[in-house]
Design a protein around this ligand. Structure first.
Ligand code: FEO
Length: 402
């Protein structure tokens, strides 16, 4: 197999998983993914940067041994300990038990519990250098990109930054570098979707990291998913920075009111709730969850100071579009945000309590108490909806909610 070379004695040794349809149980991967790993050979020492998902261990080890015997690996650097990058470490250490594993303090317990036996390891600190002989690796602690353990590894002489998930994309193709892509638009879509579904909750950490990366001014960004970014790597950073600073550009208090409605009753309540919000001085954004793509609703939630959900009850349960919406909140950091529920029902209205309980379990600030109306809301119940909206406006305008 032709070697994939980033710079002299710097190789990509990862694997491709083009058929993967869903990553991490919930994230669709239209173009599969890759698990990139890198080998850096100095004149004295050799380091492996990240591993791959465990089922690909054989192929990964073959890729390494195409370049050098496993016995020559002195260090395995774990930028991030999630099993898609660390799984094959178990096989690697069985074959090369003398390799020293380097990681952040936060990664230690994850790797201890992955390897489940004694192994050589060392915790590295932010800014620490590792000399390989003519190649110097510098570790950059960047927690919460996207786990608490994450770090970036900088190869000083070649100006290559190994970023693991950061700036990655679930995208597999025959091309290894972004300047060789046959369908760059599809790769860009995968990059943006990756940001939206994995990185988006960590805005503050992203903005800190982008500043550091900009100072390094890398020639190549080598993530552990998707194409190696050799052409204009900083443009990808620009995208992260622009998206992560979105809240700095919102100068109003916005509250999405997302609803579904089989017979127009929950919709009538939603419209009155929105009226109350507007009277209370906030900007309501009415969204029908059946007609609005889930990604657009999540984008709207990202700009919101709080949100309200209107749900009827179907067969004593929550209708699927609302369940899907609530499940999608995992892509945002909504902890502590004000939220509440309302809806019309026919028999017993369980959905309202269920959604309320889910929001509470997601640590949102749920209030005021949910309201519900049986069948067609009466004039008095619609007036109650306006008051509900007004009260919610006061809650979101309170300083602690912003
Ligand atoms: Fe690609 Fe967070 O693992």
């Amino acid at each position: 197999m032709a070697l994939i070379t980033l710079a002299p004695d710097v190789y990509s040794v990862g694997v491709k998983d083009p058929d993967l349809a869903i990553f991490d149980i919930v994230i669709p991967t239209e173009c599969g993914t890759t698990y990139n790993a890198y080998l850096v050979k100095g004149s004295d020492k050799t380091a492996l940067i990240d591993c791959v998902k465990r089922p690909f261990s054989d192929e990964f080890i073959q890729n390494i041994t195409d370049i050098c015997p496993l016995e020559s690996i002195d260090y395995v650097i774990v930028n991030h300990s999630e099993p898609d990058h660390s799984g094959a470490l178990v096989e690697l250490l069985q074959l090369r038990p003398d390799a020293e594993v380097l990681f952040t303090r936060a990664a230690k317990s994850f790797i201890d519990n992955l390897v489940n036996r004694d192994y050589r390891h060392r915790i590295v600190k932010d800014g620490e250098e590792l000399q390989l002989g003519g190649k110097t690796l510098v570790f950059q602690e960047t927690p919460f990109l996207h786990w608490p353990d994450t770090m970036l590894t900088w190869l000083k002489e070649d100006r290559i930054l190994f970023t693991c998930d950061f700036l990655g994309a679930h995208y597999s193709s025959e091309s290894n570098f972004n300047d060789e892509l046959k369908d760059p638009e599809a790769a860009q879509r995968a990059f943006e979707f990756y940001y939206a579904t994995i990185m988006r909750p960590y805005k503050d950490y992203i903005l800190k990291a982008t500043q550091r990366v900009r100072e390094l001014n890398p020639k190549i960004v080598a993530p552990s998913h998707g194409p190696i970014l050799r052409k204009d790597p900083l443009s990808y950073l620009d995208y992260y920075e622009e998206r992560a600073s979105i809240l700095n550009r919102i100068h109003e208090v916005r509250v999405p009111v997302v609803y579904v409605s089989a017979y127009g009753n929950t919709e009538a309540m939603a419209r009155k709730v929105a009226e109350g919000l507007a009277e209370g001085g906030v900007t309501p954004v009415l969204l029908n969850a059946v007609e609005t793509p889930i990604a657009a609703i999540v984008d709207e939630f990202e700009k919101a100071s709080g949100f309200l959900i209107g749900t009827p009850t179907l067969n004593a349960d929550v209708p699927h579009p609302i369940l899907e919406l609530v499940a999608s909140l995992v892509f945002l950091n909504m902890r502590g945000k004000p939220a509440s529920v309302f809806g019309s029902y026919g028999w017993s209205g369980e959905a309202i309590r269920t959604v309320h309980d889910i929001l509470q379990s997601m640590r949102m600030k749920v209030g005021p108490d949910p309201i519900k109306a049986r069948m067609t809301p009466s004039k008095a119940e619609l007036e109650e909806c306006v008051n509900f909206g007004r009260t919610f406006a006061e809650i979101v305008k309170a300083p602690a909610a912003k």
